[in-house]
Design a protein around this ligand. Sequence first.
Ligand SMILES: *Cc1c(COP(=O)(O)O)cnc(C)c1O
Length: 405
Amino acid sequence: MRLSTRAIHVGQNPDPTTGATVPPIYATSTFTQAAPGEHKGYAYARGTNPTRDGLAAALAAVEGGSDACCFGSGVAATTAVVQALLRPGDSLVAYSDMYGGTFRLLERVLKPWGLVTRYTDSNDPAALAALVDDTTKLVWIETPTNPSLRLLDIAAVAAQCRAAAERRGTRPMTARGGSPMDHDLGLLLAVDNTFATPALQRPLELGADLVVHSTTKYIGGHSDVIGGAVIARSAALIAPIRFYANAAGGVPGPFDSFLVHRGLKTLALRMERHSANALRVAKWAAEQRGFESVAYPGLPNHPDHELARRQMSAFGGIVTCVLRGGLEAARKFMTSTKLFSCAESLGGVESLVNHPAIMTHASMPRELRERIGVVDGLVRLSVGIEDVEDLIEDLQQALRVATGG
Ligand SMILES: *Cc1c(COP(=O)(O)O)cnc(C)c1O
């Protein structure tokens, strides 16, 4: 089966008791056992729930992974990857241009826990590999990045990781009670695939070990649920993450799992329209005097355009623009749009406009923010699936108010 078919059919077997074509939402915390320990694979819903399992199967199928594990948010999924696979004292290597919430998690929650993170400002795979030392267990990348929309070459980073791992060999991990979290899994590459989604880019096929999603965004797709997931290349990698999910408990409820799963069924269709609309908006924006610069991987003058053409099947729904006139112009622009709502988040059917320096990336120090290009005049558009003519008219009138043209 191909991706659109898998998104609709995997994890959606008709309910065996009633024949319901769409399986019911299993709103239950526990499962009645015939005798102690004698059950149908479900005992207590922190561990497993059929609604959540159906979603995990579908996510694994669309990413081409062996299995998946769902979480209550994207940041809970990221936390799980670190805490299930690394130990205090281990290090993580990352590209500095990342989601602000991931940066806050690494620096303010996981650093006190004992994680060491080293960042590079370069998207050159060799620059990432150069930071790998004997303590490094995880390389973390996002591509395209948020909100600068730079790309990293996943296949090249994966090759560099393999070479670095071979150079240093593996270290045995000290046993801490024989849980699935006690194995040394070597040097792993995790890709946050939230922006591109499996409809446009499949990191596991390019050599990554793990994919992380904020399913809150395109996969849910309707701005009505918070969720996250980890998809792994192999069963050996998902076992510690599943163990951690049950032991630490950041799992999603059945209603949220249902909403994310329903969104996933139309993902491929929506991504086509998001990408087509965003390309039109980007081309229009590039011609406006009121914008100092426009970033979209689908524009031929984008620094990573050739890589985007190789690595992605379309260029996604996010367009980043810098207004002439800095913060004041950005503020006027964002209070003048009528269809684009001024809101954090992205990836829903409706268009949103965000000001990263004040909103999503406020938790990053100004110095780092500006180094990754998050200046005060920068606005991030999450281009929805409305009629693109209406969207451009809305942006046009807001730009006139903000900059006079
Ligand atoms: C939103 C987002 C996250 C965090 O996900 P939540 O569901 O908000 O916890 C992580 N990475 C990226 C790229 C995001 O856009």
